[in-house]
Ligand binder design. Structure first.
Ligand code: SN0
Length: 317
């Protein structure tokens, strides 16, 4: 594998999930692969799970790991060419990226949506610049419109917990105080469209995701109706995608919070969320603390989604 930006980079999704579960069964079996190889993780935004799970995955493979937090200790980076750099950004990405590439074999990057230009966000402008100017394999640790390491971990988790061959999976919007990217919801939808599941997305009107990601999902504006018969409830907030509201909060309707009464409409569904989660906005204390909540198991699988991607990249170096 050269780069990991979306589901297509995995080839056959079933095989990828099987391979990740095999790695989970024996995580240190490939320790020789990463000998004297270095992963550089570059963060433009905060992280807890991605930072720890990706580093752990690299260590399982015997790699060395370096972490750079742009905005905390590194020079602030200019991203636009042609700018007179007389402001607060001392370094340009056009030098910084090839320099970073000198010290590593694989680069993983987190760069959230800026919400300044939908076109730039949906072209994954920062990740594309890393691919173009580093000459190294690049992993998205959440770009501006997708989070494929999370979605692969979600896929692995559903495979482990499903009780029927073709479960009903529901992605539900839930309220949040701030404008969040569509990235997690986009990638989850992208992967579910490739998976053998019955997939519904429920959200208030005005929150349609990009059709490029929502694909063939059933769209249901009545959350209660969407929950009926669900085997998995995947909650997430996202800001509006459609123009002219791109990146805005249109609703904080607390009747969309996932609580016990709503879960009781489902088929005793498992509750999933990528975390971090705002309790009693997105999900009630009762639901996230219930035995049906599998958010921690889901986070554990971040290690194996990252390890699968790193393993395939190391094999192709
Ligand atoms: C990010 C998002 O894309 O929604 C990362 C999720 C893995 N979430 C946040 O930025 C949450 C911030 C907050 O204030 O709750």
């Amino acid at each position: 594998m050269r780069n990991y930006i979306g589901v297509k980079d995995l080839g056959n999704l079933n095989n990828a999930v099987k391979e990740a579960l095999k790695i989970k069964g024996n995580p240190f079996a490939y320790k020789h692969l990463g000998e004297n190889k270095t992963l550089l993780m570059v963060f433009f935004n905060a992280s807890l799970r991605t930072r720890l799970s990706t580093q752990k995955a690299a260590m399982n493979l015997g790699m060395n790991v370096m972490v750079l937090d742009i905005n905390q200790g590194a020079w602030k980076l200019e991203t636009e060419r042609g700018v007179v750099m007389d402001g607060d950004k001392p370094e340009h990405m056009l030098e910084a990226i090839p320099v970073m590439a000198q010290y590593c074999d694989i680069i993983a990057v987190r760069a959230f949506a800026q919400f300044e230009s939908k076109e730039e966000d949906y072209q994954e402008k920062v990740l594309r610049q890393f691919i173009k100017y580093s000459g190294k394999p690049v992993i998205s640790m959440e770009g501006s419109c997708s989070h494929p390491l999370q979605a692969l971990a979600d896929m692995i988790t559903i495979e482990e917990f499903k009780k029927v061959t073709r479960p009903k999976v529901v992605l539900t919007w839930a309220p949040h105080p701030k404008a969040l990217p569509q990235a997690v919801a986009n990638s989850f939808a992208e992967f579910m469209n490739e998976a053998d599941v019955d997939f519904t997305i429920t959200h208030p009107e005005g929150y349609a995701l990009s059709p490029q990601f929502s694909g063939n999902a059933i769209i249901e504006y009545d959350q209660d109706k969407a929950f009926e018969g669900a085997d998995f409830i995947y909650a997430k907030n996202w800001s509006a995608f459609e123009d002219p509201n791109y990146g805005s909060v249109l609703s904080k309707d607390m009747s969309w919070t996932v609580n016990s009464q709503k879960m009781s409409l489902s088929n005793n569904a498992f509750f999933m969320h990528c975390l971090p989660v705002r309790r009693n906005m997105i999900v009630s204390d009762e639901v996230i603390e219930s035995p049906q909540s599998i958010v921690v198991q889901e986070a554990k699988n971040r290690e194996f989604s990252a390890q699968l991607v790193l393993k395939r990249m190391l094999e192709a170096l």
